[in-house]
Design a protein around this ligand. Structure first.
Ligand code: DX5
Ligand code: ZN
Length: 223
């Protein structure tokens, strides 16, 4: 199953409720929520209070992407805010296993992300303990950057290992995804597609999501 996850970071921040409704009506599966702290990444977005406020207005699956240092400090806040999955960065903490435990103990799904400079080998040992691997296809911190196709080797490797070890794992790609390159990502083994600018800046987001889905269907992972 392919999940399309519009990133709210590209929405009109003065009209968040309407923005969420717009992508819901357009057929989104997830709402991708980018949390940036101005320290792990050189940009600041929004935090748990904004997510909690939106939770009252949306039934979408809330896909929270933490780009913050020492994420363990805030896991409770994001669980209470209504996150369905919390994804944190391997580079953002000294003990990723402890963060995974903290998320799993609260019965929320757990994702683990790696930035472009991080080798995929560092992610592999954690795959049995997480539900989703996030392979960044841009340097995190900003929307609207160009997709890095060379990151798809990481997607292929994670999918190969997950299949080999019979792991039920989602693989998310995030950064620069459009209807033109989504097929490359799904063919490599990704099944959760984040798109900020491509969906929120589209005049007809329903058409964009539809084009992304057909590109995904025409380019399945073949093993
Ligand atoms: C980048 C964020 C992305 C970003 C995606 O740090 O994690 O989710 O908002 O935006 P686009 O699709 O515009 O690259
Ligand atoms: Zn993101």
């Amino acid at each position: 199953m392919i999940y399309v996850a519009p990133s709210l970071f590209a929405a009109d921040f003065a009209n968040l409720e309407a923005s969420v409704k717009r992508v819901t009506d357009a057929g989104a599966n997830y709402l991708h929520l980018d949390v940036m702290d101005g320290a792990f990444v050189p940009n600041i977005s929004f935090g748990a209070p904004v997510i909690a406020a939106l939770r009252h207005h949306s039934k979408l699956f809330f896909d929270v992407h933490l780009m913050i240092n020492d994420p363990i400090r805030y896991i409770d806040d994001f669980v209470k805010a209504g996150a369905d999955i919390i994804t944190f960065h391997l580079e953002s903490c000294s003990d990723p296993a402890a963060v995974i435990r903290a998320i799993r103990e609260r019965e929320v799904r757990c994702g683990l992300a790696i930035s472009p400079a991080t080798p995929v080998e560092r992610l592999l040992p954690y795959l049995p303990d997480i539900q989703m691997a996030l392979i960044m296809t841009v340097v995190p911190g900003f929307g609207g950057q160009a997709f890095m196709p060379e990151m798809l080797d990481k997607v292929r490797e994670v999918r190969r290992v997950a299949d080999r070890d019979h792991l039920k794992l989602d693989i998310e790609v995030d950064g620069g995804l459009t209807a033109d390159n989504v097929g490359q990502a799904t063919a490599a083994g990704a099944n959760v597609i984040v798109a900020g600018s491509a969906i929120f800046k589209a005049k007809k987001p329903k058409m964009t999501i539809g084009m992304m889905r057909s590109a995904a269907m025409m380019n399945p992972y073949k093993g």
